[in-house]
Design a protein around this ligand. Structure first.
Ligand code: ATP
Ligand code: MG
Length: 423
């Protein structure tokens, strides 16, 4: 038996104003044209966008095409597919939520329970009251808004989880890298010891050879006339001995660098003047800087101080200065800028040059042990890796950038210390 509409009085206010939320679409599915027209007009008057249909098949199509949550006012006795049938269809279709309000005059408990079980959310009892209808729409709007917020949070959580996964994978890579570095450190300690022993033997014999050579050379020169081999030996041995000497120095330096890199420092940091570190470094780097156009020294008159192992800091700055000199080699204009200063609670030491700068692709790699772009024999690629290790042990940081005007800029930042140098 058809439900009889009762339109009652227009409500002045609903329990909750749906206008505070963006109203969802409302589908009015009812076979009674007059009643449907009235409902549609009423609901549009409350600023909802309304779609209407007269039978269950049209209602199914409208609901199947939805891309966002909506409210559906469905006549229990809708022709072709009634309210119960429609609720069942949308309940598990995996699409956005439908807040289903069944319009009915039935009150039997079993009927209502069956509808609820099929997916109905509310009932509009006929003859209906407009305030009740408006309140049902407000509740549906609120529920849909909650669900949308929940979806957004879920999306955020999904993004967060995916970021966390990426972070965890990056951290795992770093750990593997750190572990590898520890292994390299342990291996290095053993290998360098062995190399040092062997180098000791080579070095001693090379020195003996160099010491005895003048006598051997005199003897060979005397026999050069009789034996051409003797003359050849006399000419070729001195450069060979010199190259053995250079090789020994070079291997010794590499071994020293490797040991420094793998060693856990036992040296105690003391307060040192960063200006003094720069001056000491320049004294040591004279051989490298003498070919530059200019060295621009900008030392902070406040004499910034940091707690550091001075020799290690000198070693770091020396590597930066030598790198800068290498980078500017062959340029007509080559300027090295060494600058100290205080920024907040930190002491800054900048080494800048007017060289070609560091290619963007290399900016992340230059800190890797054994990364070098220098020709074989000129660089081991350990300088910056050791420098970073040392600066970090001092509680500071070091980074590289390229200057806008060209050239590289290396910045060392150390916590500022107060007190007398050496203490
Ligand atoms: N001032 C700079 N300008 C341009 N490139 C630089 C500069 N400083 C460092 N680099 C780049 O960083 C690389 C690594 O420097 P690092 O000091 O670690 O090793 P190296 O100088 O090559 O060898 P080592 O210092 O062990 O003798 C260099 O080979 C070079 O490519
Ligand atoms: Mg270097």
């Amino acid at each position: 038996m058809p439900d009889t509409p009762s339109y009652g009085n227009s409500p002045q206010s609903a329990t909750e104003s749906p206008h505070q939320l963006k109203p969802p679409k409302v589908i009015v599915a009812d076979g009674r044209a007059d009643f449907r027209t009235l409902m549609v007009r009423l609901i549009r008057g409350w600023d909802y966008e309304v779609l209407e249909c007269a039978d269950g098949i049209a209602a199914s199509e409208l609901l199947a095409a939805r891309t966002s949550p909506c409210i559906a006012l469905i006549d229990w006795l809708l022709p072709d597919c009634d309210g119960l049938c429609l609720c069942r269809k949308v309940q598990d279709d995996g699409k956005p939520l439908v807040y289903a309000i069944i319009v009915t005059s039935r009150t039997a408990r079993s009927d209502l329970l069956e509808n609820l079980d099929a997916g109905a959310n509310a009932f509009l009892k006929m003859p209906f009251d407009t305030l009740e209808l408006r309140t049902h729409l407000a509740v549906g709007t609120r529920l849909i808004a909650y669900q949308q917020r929940l979806e957004e949070r879920n999306e955020e959580m999904r993004r967060f989880a995916s970021n966390m996964e990426e972070l965890a994978s990056a951290r795992a890579d770093q750990l593997v890298h750190a572990e590898r570095m520890v292994t390299i450190g342990t291996l290095t300690a053993g290998i360098t010891h062995e190399i040092n022993n062997a180098m000791g033997v080579i070095s001693t014999n090379a020195q003996l050879l160099a010491h005895l050579w003048p006598r051997a050379q005199t003897w060979l020169s005397r026999h050069a006339a009789d034996d051409p081999q003797a003359g050849m030996l006399a000419n070729e041995m001195p450069p060979a001995i010199e190259s053995i000497r250079k090789g020994v120095v070079r291997v010794t330096n590499i071994v020293k660098g490797l040991r420094e890199f793998s060693r856990a420092s036992s040296d105690q940091p003391r307060i040192c003047s960063v200006n003094e570190v720069v001056e000491e470094t320049l004294g040591l780097a004279m051989g490298a800087t003498k070919r530059l156009t200019r060295v621009d020294l900008q030392l902070d008159a406040r004499n910034p101080k940091a707690a550091a192992v001075q020799q290690q800091l000198v070693q770091v700055v020396l590597n930066l200065v030598v790198n800068a000199c290498h980078a500017m080699e062959g340029q007509p204009e080559s300027v090295l800028v060494l600058r100290t200063g205080i920024e907040g609670s930190h002491v800054m030491l900048r080494v800048e040059d007017t060289g070609p700068g560091i290619p963007d692709a290399d900016l992340g790699k230059i800190w890797d042990a054994f990364f070098t772009t220098k020709e074989c024999g000129k660089g081991t690629g350990l300088g910056l890796a050791i420098s970073r290790e040392l600066v970090q042990r001092m509680g500071g940081s070091i980074f590289a950038t390229n200057r806008d005007e060209g050239g590289a800029c290396f910045v060392i930042s150390l916590p500022q210390a107060n007190g007398e140098p050496g203490t």
